[in-house]
Ligand binder design. Structure first.
Ligand SMILES: Cc1cc2nc3c(=O)[nH]c(=O)nc-3n(C[C@H](O)[C@H](O)[C@H](O)COP(=O)(O)O)c2cc1C
Length: 448
């Protein structure tokens, strides 16, 4: 609940000076902790500013590079995921997929809206902690099924009904942490799918019970291939912490696709301290991940999907330029289907929040009908409208990505490369391993 924390850092006012150390949000949090005696839980990703894609710019073509004409020359956007081992890799039309978000955290109409929007744009969506619902399977042409440490909703028949399997090792919002679903959201249906009692808070495992390291993971992946007749690509999703080693080990274990989720990545519900203080920014995670793939001779053979704070076509294009094959979105897709809608301002106010600030997703009282299992609230979300809005948003992301790729002279968005980028700050230059704008200097590298 951030709206009332006071974000106005007026500094000096009538002789009053706000402390940079004990600013109003900090004072508010200390008072809340003193009152409640328990850590704060919320949804979303890191709110603090960390080096991110805004700190990069494209150079564009000029005399030394030749641009492509926007309306006449093609710029391909499709991508094939799972070319390494799977008999049936996924062919998607755009380099943006919908990230795994659980039924339980999200309502059934929200899952349906995600499926509709993704399908309309020829891309995939992903299940989540809690299993596969009919709403999403029937409305998603391409559905990735998650296998999580919690095993909630795990069903071998659903493994076979999926188009790909994603082994979730971790999430960017909370590498090393498990899931949380508060009792308010554990309805009869959610409880039945997860084998849980109705209405009791649940904290799920932070590590898989049936494997403890890369050698076991290799066995697990082999088992999944056997169950699915070696047809389906196997993704491995990691939260960004030590991407160079984690990506290398995922590849060694047999992953067809690696999903790398940075610290800005959203979560349905986690401790605030976890969201803000564990993991590394998406921008910082991509170059070491790509380096691991290149050194193993696997770049573009094992596809890299990057997520965590992707909002615009500029973000998509920059992630691709750094070496990703595709990106994945969570929070932005939820906003597109109706999350934090300003027309619901009065209702957000009633639950102590405001449109644009609402993040108490764990409480299950979402007036937009997205983060709830209350049937009346959930019925407010129109999945057809939500799906259309998501498709529009995805279309816009792709147009923006193509605009930037053409400006850099690329006839395929994945042909964007680090050479097309410069950084605005020394930090971003060091993390992204591209030169500081106007120089040839990449911090940490003598020459580039
Ligand atoms: C509401 C919500 C529920 C989520 N549930 C899951 C989940 O069940 N499994 C998982 O691997 N990640 C889950 N995530 C994380 C997303 O898959 C993804 O990594 C993250 O949202 C990407 O960052 P972004 O939201 O900034 O785009 C969830 C995220 C949100 C916002």
């Amino acid at each position: 609940m951030t709206a009332k924390n006071g974000t106005d850092r007026a500094g000096w006012r009538d002789g009053l000076r706000e402390s940079a150390t004990f600013d109003r949000p900090t004072i508010h949090e200390i008072r809340r902790a003193a009152r409640e005696g328990v850590y704060d839980i919320r949804g979303g990703g890191a709110k603090r500013r960390v080096p991110n894609f805004d700190d990069l710019l494209f150079l564009g073509a000029s005399v030394s590079r030749y641009p492509l004409e926007g309306y006449r020359e093609r710029c391909d956007t499709d991508v094939v995921l799972g070319t390494r081992f799977a008999k049936k890799p996924l062919h998607i039309d755009i380099p943006v997929t919908i990230a795994g978000m659980s039924f339980g955290a999200l309502s059934a109409p929200a899952k349906e809206a995600l499926g509709r929007g993704a399908t309309a744009m020829g891309t995939s969506t992903t299940t989540g902690d809690g299993g596969m619902t009919e709403e999403e399977r029937s409305h998603s042409n391409t559905l990735v099924y998650q296998l999580l440490p919690s095993r909630y909703g795990m069903n071998p028949d659903d493994l076979r009904r999926a188009d790909a399997i994603e082994v979730v090792v971790g999430q960017g919002a909370k590498p090393g942490g498990g899931g949380m679903l508060m009792g308010q959201k554990i309805s009869e249906r959610v409880a039945a799918m997860r084998d849980l009692p109705v209405g009791i808070d649940q904290r799920s495992a932070c590590r898989h019970p049936d494997w403890t390291g890369p050698d076991d993971l290799e066995i697990k992946i082999e088992e999944l291939r056997e169950i699915t007749d070696r047809e389906k690509p196997i993704f491995v999703k990691v939260g960004a912490s030590r991407p160079y080693y984690d990506v290398a080990l995922a590849v060694k274990s047999g992953a067809d696709v690696v999903v790398l989720d940075g610290m800005q990545g959203g979560t349905a519900a986690s401790q605030e301290v976890f969201i803000e203080h564990v993991g590394i920014p998406t921008l910082a995670a991509i170059p070491p991940a790509v380096q691991a793939l290149v050194e193993l001779g696997m770049h573009r053979k094992v596809q890299l999907i990057v997520s965590g704070g992707i909002r615009s076509g500029a973000d998509v294009a920059k992630a691709l330029a750094l070496g990703a094959d595709a990106v994945s979105i969570g929070v932005a897709a939820l906003i597109a289907i109706g999350d934090n809608d300003p027309t619901l301002e009065a209702e957000y106010e009633k639950i102590g929040s405001a449109a644009g600030f609402y993040d108490d997703w764990h409480e299950g009282r979402d007036p937009a009908g997205i983060f709830t299992q209350d049937e009346e609230l959930a019925a407010r979300l129109d999945p057809e409208l939500g799906g259309r809005q998501l498709a529009n948003y995805l279309r816009t992301l792709v147009q923006e990505t193509q605009t930037l790729a053409r400006a850099c002279g690329k006839s395929r968005v994945q042909n964007l490369e680090p050479e097309d980028l410069v950084a605005l700050t020394v930090e971003a230059a060091a993390m992204a391993r591209v030169p500081l704008a106007g120089t040839e200097w990449i911090p940490g590298q003598e020459r580039y």
